[in-house]
Design a protein. Structure first.
Length: 76
């Protein structure tokens, strides 16, 4: 079950609190403590190609867009 699937079902169960609690207990994706799903880009939310050096927490795509604004220079 993907994350979007359980959110859709949750909307359908919003008027039934007992069933909602039971559904969340058994079907909600768990919070990740380690691995690729733990680190997300702060701008776009991508998981892969993550740059966490200097506390940036950006994917490489967003880093290219904001690198000059942050103060990084491109060397040829």
């Amino acid at each position: 079950m993907t994350a979007s699937d359980w959110r859709k079902i949750l909307k359908q169960l919003k008027n039934k609190p007992e069933k909602t609690e039971k559904f969340l207990k058994h079907n909600k994706p768990k919070e990740r403590k380690i691995g690729i799903a733990k680190k997300k880009c702060e701008i776009c939310g991508r998981f892969g190609a993550h740059i966490k050096s200097y506390g940036l927490n950006l994917c490489r795509h967003c880093f290219r867009e904001v690198a000059v604004d942050i103060g990084f220079k491109k060397y040829n």
